[in-house]
Design a protein around this ligand. Structure first.
Ligand code: ZN
Ligand code: ZN
Length: 632
């Protein structure tokens, strides 16, 4: 039998006013440059319908050749058929994969779906110089189905391979993508329109009395007034958020006015008649978007609650709220202001967390990371110590549990190889890490040693029985610890940017390991570490052995215990004349100049702050002032 393509067939002949009862076929892959004549009666009726007129152009057919005195003609014409598997089908158009590792587009009004086994014809369209499938019909599966499926799974063309791999490991990919796409049902309650929130405070008599009690000067001091309204607004935001969580919520703070109890000395809000919350409000200046990641929360002293029952000290949870820094006229709605970010809850801190972090740091021989000053009274808590609790992550926890079930029931073959994972492009590492599940052995050989070590360190973070989720601070400290190890090894394969590939499921970089990170703390931290890493030779940072957080959350280090501390990561605490808080951040060792006092110098020309009491800063400041006067 021969194979050929219809040039044209049948159709209406206007000249003769009748239907043509013949057509022509061109032979495929032969030297004969003649068109083959075909009579209508040589074509079965259902095929005639398919080929009639212009529709038939390019359709592949097979036939026998018959020679007579006029030349060759085609007899016993049939549609050349192929078998294939449907790759996709939507809105009546789809794609079919065939044994030859290519796929064809088609249109059909039959209801088809992925994985259907079909037979079809092919048509070469000259317009796109492409072959399309026609006359697609579902057929019962046979041995060839498996064969096509396997060819597709192993295809080098990722467009073909992806849907087949995803189908072969359907449950696995379903769980991973459910996890990667999971959202946070309570996130909508983390913030509130600032105008509405502050109006509630202004309109409430008790609230007005309360802020006056907090700060008697509010009537004369606009700055204090704005600060107090913002602080009470923050409490109201936390109350609303806790209600959304389903807690029974008591506003204890207001007891200072209503004199219902004196519990306001212990905390601001009580949940379910037992848990006390202390709300800390930190304001960021409207123009300093970058420095928000370095916001800090001052805790005058940690409040403890003594319960009558057990006489044991019970911890008070600190809730951090980040609020816009607004002047009175805006807070009071007298003047409009656009583009203000709403007050946001950034999470909860509890002192036990510092113990958890110490456990993560563990005992290393040469490296020391000292956290002790973070928990002191009057300390500033860096915002990365705050995180949302397990309830906030209920969706993620549900998927993690499902995944753990799936894994225990599973034989190893049901998890795709690293190569297949890469073809599909869905990132499973965040799920494995958050679920504390070891990676399949086969994957390990595809990851650089340092990445594997880092991943395993996260998987093995000591868990507290009450907490299922890895906190933002756990991750932050784990990254820091690992970074310092890499510095010590001076590992040339390593780059801090490489953490991002592991931690993020997509390019948006919002939720490392699906930890809700609205300030993009982790991404910004990795970028900072990258700068430190690139400057490590110049700064001889690899020789540093001892590290500590100052109580502002600033990281310092030194080479040996008898040497002086050098600031490694900081933010500027200086004030610029006539402009207020500088807030420049991050200041990075090696990129910024170090002052002889050991601190980093703010790179802003008009600031150059290190610390207030430094004599060198006083000199620089005098110089800035002199230049300023000369200019004006
Ligand atoms: Zn200095
Ligand atoms: Zn500065």
């Amino acid at each position: 039998m021969e194979t050929g393509r219809i040039i044209w067939f049948g159709g209406f002949n206007r000249k003769l006013q009748k239907i043509n009862d013949y057509g022509f076929i061109t032979l495929e892959e032969t030297d004969i440059d003649r068109d083959i004549y075909v009579k209508r009666r040589e074509i079965p009726e259902d095929l005639q319908i398919l080929l009639e007129g212009e529709k038939g152009r390019g359709v592949y057919v097979c036939f026998d050749l018959e020679e007579d005195f006029k030349g060759s003609k085609a007899i016993n014409v049939k549609l050349k058929t192929y078998t294939g598997v449907v790759v996709s089908f939507l809105w009546k158009t789809g794609k079919i994969a065939t044994k030859s590792d290519v796929f064809f587009h088609f249109e059909s009004s039959e209801p088809l779906s992925f994985g259907d086994y079909v037979c079809c014809g092919l048509c070469h369209t000259s317009e796109y110089d492409k072959k399309e499938a026609i006359n697609v019909k579902k057929i019962p599966r046979d041995d060839e189905y498996e064969e096509i499926f396997n060819i597709c799974v192993n295809s080098n063309d990722s467009e073909i391979a992806t849907p087949f791999i995803q189908n072969l490991y359907k449950e696995f990919f379903q769980i991973v993508s459910n996890f990667n796409n999971s959202d946070y049902p309570y996130a909508q309650h983390l913030q509130e329109d600032w105008g509405k929130l502050y109006k509630e405070v202004r309109d409430n008599e008790d609230d007005k009395q309360l802020i006056k009690k907090w700060e008697a000067a509010i009537e004369t001091n606009e700055f204090k007034y704005a600060q107090m309204v913002s602080a009470r607004g923050a409490e109201k935001l936390v109350i609303k958020f806790s209600c959304a969580f389903g807690y029974q919520v008591e506003d204890i703070s207001i007891h200072q006015i209503t004199e219902q109890s004196s519990d306001w000395k212990l905390g601001d809000i009580r949940l379910d008649q037992k848990t006390l919350l202390d709300v800390k409000n930190s304001r960021f200046t409207v123009n300093s978007k970058d420095s928000k990641a370095y916001s800090e929360f001052c805790v005058p002293e940690f409040k403890h609650k003594r319960t009558n029952k057990d006489k044991k000290e019970k911890e008070v949870y600190i809730v951090g709220v980040l609020s816009p820094y607004l002047q009175k006229q805006f807070i009071d709605g007298e003047e409009k202001l656009k583009g203000v970010e709403n007050p946001k809850i950034i999470g909860v801190f509890y002192q036990r967390l510092l113990e958890e972090l110490k456990n993560i740091i563990g005992k290393t021989n040469r490296l020391k990371i000292d956290l002790s000053r973070l928990g002191n009274s009057n300390s500033y808590l860096p915002h990365w110590l705050f995180d949302y609790g397990d309830i906030f992550y209920e969706k993620q926890i549900e998927i993690v549990n499902h995944f753990k079930d799936f894994k225990t029931k599973l034989s190893d073959g049901k998890i795709p190889s690293w190569e297949k994972i890469s073809i599909v492009g869905i990132k499973p590492l965040p799920l494995f890490i958050l679920a504390r599940e070891n990676l399949p052995k086969e994957w390990e050989s595809h990851l650089p040693k340092w990445k594997l070590e880092f991943i395993n360190s996260l998987i093995n973070i000591p868990t507290s029985p009450k907490k299922k989720i890895i906190s933002l601070s756990h991750l932050y400290i784990s990254i820091l610890k690992h970074f310092l190890q890499m510095l010590e090894e001076n590992n040339p394969e390593y780059t801090p940017q490489g953490y991002l590939d592991i931690l993020y499921e997509n390019s948006q970089r919002n939720h490392p390991l699906k930890i809700y990170d609205p300030l993009q703390t982790i991404q910004s931290f990795c970028n900072t570490l990258q700068t430190l890493w690139e400057n490590r030779e110049k700064t001889r940072l690899t020789e540093f052995r001892i590290f500590k957080f100052r109580n502002e959350g600033i990281l310092q280090g030194k080479k040996a215990s008898n040497e002086s501390w050098k600031t490694i990561i900081a933010y500027c605490g200086g004030k610029i004349k006539g402009k207020g808080k500088c807030g420049c951040s991050p200041l990075i060792f090696g990129r910024e100049k170090s002052c002889s006092c050991g601190l980093l110098i703010c790179p802003k020309e008009e600031c150059q702050y290190c610390k207030q009491s430094c004599p060198f800063y006083k000199e620089r400041k005098a110089q800035i002032e002199k230049q300023r006067l000369e200019r004006s």
